[in-house]
Design a protein around this ligand. Structure first.
Ligand SMILES: Cc1cc2nc3c(=O)[nH]c(=O)nc-3n(C[C@H](O)[C@H](O)[C@H](O)COP(=O)(O)O)c2cc1C
Length: 212
C-alpha cells in the first residue's frame, strides 16, 4: 500500500491557500486510491528538537566515522526517529507558502533535522553528494502573495522558494517532482478565479498521478 506524507508549512490553518490546494489534490488522489495511507505533518504543530551543538556534533561524528558519546547518542536517536517517518513515505505532498523569498522557517527547521548523512544523503569526496532516497515522488504546492514567474524579478520578488525545495529534494535523491502554483495570491484582479483554476490544476494532476 502506498504511503503519502503530507507536510503543511503554513501556520494559517483552514485559511491557508497552499493547504486548501494540497487538500484538493489529496482528495482527488484518494478517490481513486482508497487504500492510500496518508500521514499528515504540520511543521507548526510538530515537536521539532532544537538543532543544537550536541546534534551538530553527532552529525559531524557520523560524517567522520567517530563514535557518539552518550549525549550525542540520545540526540542522534531523536533525529533517527523523525527522519524515519519521512523516509517511510513513498510519496510526498508539500504545501509551502513563500516567506521572504524562501520557505517558512519551521519547514527549514524540519529539513535541518531530517536531512542527515546516512539517512537522506551521502558524500563522495570525488563526485559529491548523492541521495539515498529511491523511487519517491514529490508534489509541491507553492503560493506567494506578490511573486509570480510572469512578473519582473527582483521587483516582485525572487524565487528561492521552489528552487530551494527542488535542490533539497534532489540532493536527497527525489528527482520526480511536480508543482501546483497559485502565484500571485494577492496582486491579482481575480483572486477567487485564479484560486479555482489552481484548484482544477491540482485535481487534474492527481488524476494524472492516478494513471501511473
Ligand atoms: C512572513 C511572511 C512572508 C512572506 N513573504 C513573501 C514573499 O517574500 N513574497 C511573496 O510574494 N509573498 C510573501 N508572503 C505572502 C504569502 O506567500 C502568501 O500570502 C501566500 O498565499 C500564503 O500562503 P498560505 O495561505 O498557504 O499561508 C509572505 C507572507 C508571510 C506571512
Amino acid at each position: 500500500m502506498a504511503k503519502l506524507l503530507y507536510v503543511r508549512a503554513s501556520p494559517r490553518g483552514e485559511e491557508s491557500k497552499s493547504a486548501q490546494l494540497a487538500e484538493a489534490y489529496l482528495g482527488s488522489l484518494r478517490k481513486a486510491n482508497p487504500d492510500l495511507e496518508v500521514d499528515t505533518l504540520s511543521v507548526w504543530d510538530a515537536d521539532l528538537p532544537v538543532f543544537d551543538g550536541n546534534k551538530v556534533a553527532a552529525k559531524i561524528n557520523v560524517m567522520t566515522g567517530e563514535r557518539h558519546n552518550a549525549v550525542q547518542r540520545t540526540a542522534w536517536g531523536q533525529i533517527i526517529e523523525i527522519a524515519g517517518r519521512f523516509i517511510a513515505a513513498d510519496r510526498y505532498l508539500f504545501a509551502v507558502p513563500m516567506w521572504n523569498s524562501g520557505i517558512p522557517y519551521r519547514l527549514k527547521h524540519y529539513i535541518d533535522v531530517i536531512h542527515q548523512p546516512g539517512m537522506l544523503w551521502g558524500l563522495n569526496p570525488e563526485t559529491g553528494y548523492f541521495g539515498l532516497l529511491e523511487n519517491k515522488h514529490a508534489t509541491l504546492v507553492l503560493t506567494s502573495g506578490a511573486y509570480a514567474a510572469e512578473f519582473p524579478s527582483p521587483a516582485f520578488g525572487v524565487d528561492l522558494h521552489s528552487t530551494y525545495m527542488r535542490a533539497w529534494l534532489n540532493q536527497a535523491g527525489v528527482a520526480a517532482i511536480d508543482e501546483i502554483r497559485f502565484q500571485p495570491t494577492l496582486l491579482t484582479q481575480d483572486p477567487a478565479g485564479d484560486f479555482e483554476r489552481a484548484k482544477q490544476t491540482a485535481i487534474d494532476l492527481a488524476l494524472a498521478h492516478n494513471r501511473v
